[in-house]
Ligand binder design. Sequence first.
Ligand SMILES: Nc1ncnc2c1ncn2[C@@H]1O[C@H](COP(=O)(O)OP(=O)(O)OP(=O)(O)O)[C@@H](O)[C@H]1O
Length: 490
Amino acid sequence: MEAKCKGKYIPPHKRGLIASDTQTSKFEAFINKKDSESAESSWGRRDRRNGLLDSRILTETEAFFSPMKTESESFEENMPIDISEDFPEMTSFEDCEVHQTLLENIKKLHYNKPTPIQKYSIPVSLQRRDLMACAQTGSGKTAAYLFPIIAKMLNDGPPPSQNTVRGAVPVSLIMAPTRELSIQIYEEALKFTYRTGIRVVVVYGGADPKIQSKELDRGADIIVATPGRLIDFTNRGRITLNLVKYLILDEADRMLDMGFEPQIVIILEKMNKVRETGMFSATFPQSIQLLAADLMKDYIFLSVGRVGSTTDNITQKLFMVDENEKREILNQQIKDIKGLILIFVETKRSADFLCEYLRRMDYGCTTLHGDRTQAEREKALSDFKHERYNILVATDIAARGLDIPNVNCVINFDTPNNIEDYVHRIGRTGRIGKKGIAISFINEKNKPVVKELYSLLYECNQEIPEWFEDFYNSLVIKKPKTKRIYRNFN
Ligand SMILES: Nc1ncnc2c1ncn2[C@@H]1O[C@H](COP(=O)(O)OP(=O)(O)OP(=O)(O)O)[C@@H](O)[C@H]1O
């Protein structure tokens, strides 16, 4: 078979050494044997499905495909890449010779070429290696894991029928920290699996478990889930995890931090040890990388850009604002901003108060936070996405992963004291090559984040206001030790 890989990436630490061809040939070895089958793969021809693709899902999915062309031409191409082993770079989706239906879906998505993270991570995953991948917000990490998982499932065909097992027996499991992100990943997965016969189901808290249970009964090959609801369903025997071959932790550093880690451990115990694991995030603190490494075998580490950094497409502005001046300054700042504005606050109560205030000032505004019902949360997000309101005031539940086109500005009304949260929050704008603005209100309360924020601004070539430079210096320049004066008390 003729090699389809156009180039071979050599990581910086291995440049100058003679490169071996083994990885390239391994990549070539991933050849789809069933590429003559078009719309319905063997996944669509299983028991109970009678070879018919689910017309309800097809219609639902068609509505998700956007008629708009994405701005794939404007990706930052020359990002520094760090990869722990040589792997061939993929220059186009067609390089992979995957199932024709998957390539057709990529076309329907208007993905003309892979983004940098996709170029490097897809070949690694197609070679069935575990992967810890870090790339900036809005750089296409979702497709970076969905594409190879679905390619491999189409290549392998469905597992033997599990008539003896009650409930759903998925082959792939994708976990995410918030309900809204799980829904978004589910909708993406529907597009990637369109007309393949692979069934995707999403389970998350706050929604009626009976409806989700009914969906599971119809079969679930890929499950997208938040951890709590997934554990409920596995405890009730509605989902069996021992056939999971492909596991993804999206926002992996969040999934493995103290809040979620105990639940992830419970879930992993229910799974077969022989599986491929992928972990993806824009931030990956080193302590969490160590924890993540324990859950993978012989994994590849890949980073596009510096781990935890942000894109230069976001203009980051800081304002020194006392607590009692915040509303006034906010009002001044948002007056002239066109497009959608996402405002982050610390607490659910302050989200409601601020939204009320903005409504009084005649802005179209809604809120997204944990005290709202799931139906209200989903409506708020949909109203914002469809520009029925152009301001969304949210807590950190909207900080990670949400891909909302046209968010022109993110405002940290209450700036977080954790640099990872800052990176994810501002990453709701400036996605996939678009420009965005991030405004952060800073005061004495933000001392804990000043040093890391300063480094981030510096590295992303952002303007650093003089007062922030002084703030930073006051924290890093050690005060001279006061000279001890020994008095003679005699
Ligand atoms: N190859 C591509 N060509 C064009 N658009 C793409 C491509 N890959 C992904 N996209 C689009 O880019 C946008 C951002 O992708 P995605 O949400 O996966 O980013 P992400 O890296 O996961 O971000 P975050 O870190 O915030 O979760 C989406 O709208 C997606 O459809």
